[in-house]
Write a protein that binds this ligand. Structure first.
Ligand code: PXP
Length: 238
């Protein structure tokens, strides 16, 4: 069964709405771990719309499981992540105007920059993951870039409307998981996963970890964070 990594960005989004101190994403991370999450994910965006520099330093100190920092290829961000030394750094495409990470990283197009960033991160002792669409050419270039992990973008699956579209997107993720595993890579998946669509992804053989944020934090508003995390783990394991 895949492990659950909880993305706590939206706890910081709520805090930043008032620019005060609560809710505290560090306390939220601890709560997720107590509820059984096996990793914490946070994205230090260039515009600092939610997670702040001080958060990632505090998370590094307090997290008992695994810290996975999402990041762009911006030189300043790469330098910060190298100094914080999370367990995993996930390189994602980042656009200022987007509401959330809209698609996978184009590793084919940005190969040189990605390879350089991956080398710097690995030199700092950090495992490197690339957030990509489930496409063979992207997986091949990910392997060649020196990254150890692929995170397959599940957004197209999550947004699919008809049963045919859902089956097609699911099949892409299944096939590309097997392909990446054959190449010796660790495969994670995430984006847009919810309580009612996570099960099919959790059942794909070879998926190591699911990184989920928005649906868990949204559910936490009604049932509390610990229960929301436990319920998601229940869905993954069922
Ligand atoms: N994985 C990656 C790489 C992401 O960028 C995000 C969104 O920040 C997630 C997982 C979590 O997506 P969601 O909030 O839709 O669950």
């Amino acid at each position: 069964m895949p492990k659950l990594g909880v993305n706590i960005d939206h706890v910081a989004t709520l805090r930043q709405a008032r620019r005060e101190y609560d809710p505290d994403p560090i306390a939220a991370a601890r709560c997720c771990e107590e509820a059984g999450a096996e990793g914490i994910v946070a994205h230090l965006r260039e515009d600092r719309r939610h997670i702040q520099d001080k958060d990632i330093r505090a998370l590094r100190k307090s997290i008992a499981t695994r810290l996975n920092l999402e990041m762009s290829l911006d030189d300043k961000i790469v330098a910060i992540v190298c100094s914080v030394r999370p367990d995993v750094a996930t390189i994602v495409p980042e656009k200022r105007a987007e509401i959330t990470t809209e698609g996978g990283l184009d590793v084919v197009k940005h190969f040189r920059r990605i390879k350089l960033a991956a080398a710097a991160l690995k030199k700092a002792g950090i495992k490197v993951s690339l957030f990509i669409d489930p496409v063979a050419a992207q997986i091949v270039r990910t392997k060649e870039s020196g990254a150890n992990i692929v995170e397959l973008h599940t957004g197209a699956y999550a947004n699919a409307k008809t049963s045919q579209q859902i089956a097609r997107e699911l099949n892409k993720i299944k096939t590309m998981t097997a392909f990446a595993r054959k190449m010796g890579m660790t495969v994670n998946a995430g984006h847009g996963l919810k309580y009612d669509n996570v099960r099919a992804i959790a059942r794909i053989p070879g998926v190591a970890e699911l990184n989920i944020g928005h649906s868990i934090i949204s559910r936490a508003v009604f049932v509390g964070l610990e229960t929301a995390v436990r319920e998601m783990i229940g869905r993954i394991k069922r």
